[in-house]
Design a protein around this ligand. Sequence first.
Ligand SMILES: *Cc1c(COP(=O)(O)O)cnc(C)c1O
Length: 222
Amino acid sequence: MAATAIDRLATVQSDIRAAEAEHNRSAGSVTLVAVSKTFEAEEIRPVLEAGQRVFGENRVQEAMGKWPQLRTEFSDIQLHLIGPLQSNKAKEAVATFDVIHTIDREKIARALKAEMLAQGRDLPCFIQVNTGEEPQKAGIAPKEADAFIRLCREDIGLNVIGLMCIPPVEEAPGPHFALLEKIAARNGLTQLSMGMSSDYETAVSFGATHVRVGSAIFGGRG
Ligand SMILES: *Cc1c(COP(=O)(O)O)cnc(C)c1O
């Protein structure tokens, strides 16, 4: 019989627990963010029924279309925005999500803070770092990260809890994970959002606290 999303979820969870043990991380110190982008509510529901509560989506509009209903059916859902954000979507993003992983410029940081104040919601945030310095990719450049983290925390007053990265696809991810960890450590940040379907165990070995896993749970996105 073909593996289902529930089978694959169980495999990913046990891989994470094994990687925690292997790298002297305490059990449960890594949060699995199940990335449900492109999948319909009917495909997400079994994963919720299996107990998974933390999900990632990369588009505000898409998340608004399926999560309000799922939130009425299941309690304690935590929805993470892991995709790029435009400031004209800040209002919807703050209303729809519980955690933001992709803050990478002042304009979006200020727009989110204004909306959080307006809506009385103080969302934990990650700052995205473009560790590979890829011109087409979102994220603050590594050499600008310290100043940007300070700006977000001290001037803008965001609740910055950690850093996020997406390593270049054609490179070994380890050095990128190590760089992210180094920038976080020197800024006193403890949370690291890194690792996807192909490299989440490696990410755990480099200190990931949040792995964002999509296709290894839900299957290919076609
Ligand atoms: C789609 C996506 C993921 C999940 O990717 P998989 O390879 O399917 O696990 C993780 N992070 C971000 C930012 C994504 O856009």
